[in-house]
Design a protein around this ligand. Structure first.
Ligand SMILES: [Zn+2]
Length: 447
């Protein structure tokens, strides 16, 4: 017993607190173990993911070879390190400034390029898919040796640097390409993409085909084994008969469960083309159902167990599994309101389409070229690439549609159909349709 009653009281109090603390620890020991266990699980999942990502890198390299459309393509850099051969394909909203700023050269070279092209009227307006080629000398300081801009499928303009001075002279080069009309058909055995590749159809034609049907067809649910497709498209061949490039799709048909979905190319205004069904109805809608090609719907909208957090949670979007690097398209025209890190969603993009609709795309590996807040995008424009950033177990696109501030199921979205051709335009379309049908039967009879 302590002599001082105050000390005694303090001692008793300490004893009491000690007991309380031990009781609390005992009560919460389950929780402590649980926290440790969760940390351990997250740790293991992280390493498993990293290993999986390494495996996917291989697939990625393959894909990068397919999706060259919207980025620079290095042609001979591996063969000869001194010279760099770049090929560029123009996309919606591109300017010469934007294009040249993507190349790592001095500002002096950039200015020289921009100065040289202003003199020629043929190349004033950039067209989507127009090609530009650069040959760059990388010895000492990077210098443009020459560059070529495509005027049309028959002509290029070549700019050559004068050795002694910093200027370019230009000349027009005839390409001597012959336009061919090709008909291909096939049965879908595995996926549309692989079945079309087997038929020898070039990837950019398949991507365009999938984009056209992306408004109405859900590639996971609406396509069945033994469905079939037919495509008529343009190809441009060299004098020796080798394929140089592909042009437009003229006609497309996707037959699912015995029903034809035919589309006809139609120039409704000068230099403006769109695709219409046999009733003259445009395929274009405000938003696309599937803003990605060749993907598999892996998790739909609704209640589900979260793959990482483990508990049941409302899944407020649609997941499409696809290899890392697969391009993601803007589902509709609009303005980018976000293109940055958003926590669990990783790298994500948000687009405001109109006063009713907004869309969100999450877990991207990287953003598309020039994609940032405030930028206007066109439907089908590449805004980013599939990845596994944020809270994600593997490469996929998490896609959300927000209608009047409320997240809704993108796959059940009923949007008003596109415009219908009327009057004179309709008459013109009917003529094109008949001509296309005749062309189709001619091409089939030659098979
Ligand atoms: Zn998701």
């Amino acid at each position: 017993m302590l002599k001082n009653p105050i000390n005694q009281r303090i001692f008793n109090e300490i004893l009491m607190y000690k007991k309380i603390i031990f009781r609390i620890l005992e009560k919460f020991s389950y929780l402590i173990w649980l926290i440790l266990l969760i940390s351990f699980t997250i740790f293991i999942t992280y390493f498993y993911d990293r290993n999986k990502n390494n495996q996917l890198n291989y697939l990625n390299k393959l894909l990068n070879n397919i999706y060259l459309n919207n980025s620079f393509k290095k042609i001979t850099s591996e063969l000869n390190p001194r010279y760099l051969n770049l090929e560029y394909s123009v996309s919606e909203g591109d300017t010469y400034e934007k294009i040249i700023n993507n190349i790592e050269i001095s500002n002096f070279e950039k200015k020289l390029f921009l100065k040289s092209i202003t003199k020629d009227k043929n190349i004033k307006v950039l067209k989507v898919n127009q090609k530009i080629y650069f040959l760059i000398d990388r010895r000492e300081k990077e210098k443009i040796i020459n560059f070529t801009i495509e005027i049309d499928k028959k002509k290029n303009i070549l700019f050559k640097r004068h050795q002694s001075e910093n200027s370019f002279s230009s000349k027009i080069i005839e390409k001597n390409l012959t336009k061919m009309i090709t008909f291909k058909e096939g049965v879908i055995t595995n996926s549309l993409y692989s079945s079309a590749l087997e038929q020898g159809i070039k990837p950019n034609i398949i991507i365009e085909f999938a984009r056209l049907y992306g408004f109405t067809i859900d590639f996971q649910r609406d396509i069945w084994k033994d469905d079939s497709f037919q495509i008529i498209f343009e190809e441009f061949k060299n004098e020796d008969g080798s394929l140089i490039e592909t042009g437009d799709i003229i006609y497309a048909n996707l037959n699912t469960k015995e029903t034809d979905h035919q589309l006809y190319k139609f120039e409704y205004e000068e230099n403006k083309i769109d695709y219409f069904d046999e009733n003259g109805k445009s395929v274009k809608k405000t938003l696309m159902k599937t803003p990605i090609n060749g993907a598999r719907l892996s998790s739909s909208f609704g209640k589900r167990k979260h793959p990482i957090l483990g508990f049941t949670k409302m899944h407020t979007g649609t997941d499409f599994a696809a290899p890392k690097g697969t391009p993601i398209m803007a589902s509709g025209d609009g303005i980018i309101t976000k293109a940055s890190w958003c926590g669990g969603g990783g790298n994500c993009v948000k687009i405001k389409h109109n006063s009713t609709y907004q869309t969100v795309y999450a877990h991207m590996s990287k953003f598309g070229r020039g994609i940032k807040k405030g930028v206007r995008v066109k439907q089908g424009q590449i805004i980013g690439y599939v990845g596994s950033t944020g809270l994600s177990t593997g490469p996929h696109l998490h896609y959300e549609v927000i209608e009047n501030g409320r997240k809704i199921n993108s796959q059940k979205l009923k949007l008003p159909s596109g415009k219908i051709l009327k009057g004179n335009l309709r008459k013109k379309f009917e003529v094109i349709k008949i001509k296309t049908d005749v062309l189709k039967s001619e091409l089939i009879s030659k098979l």
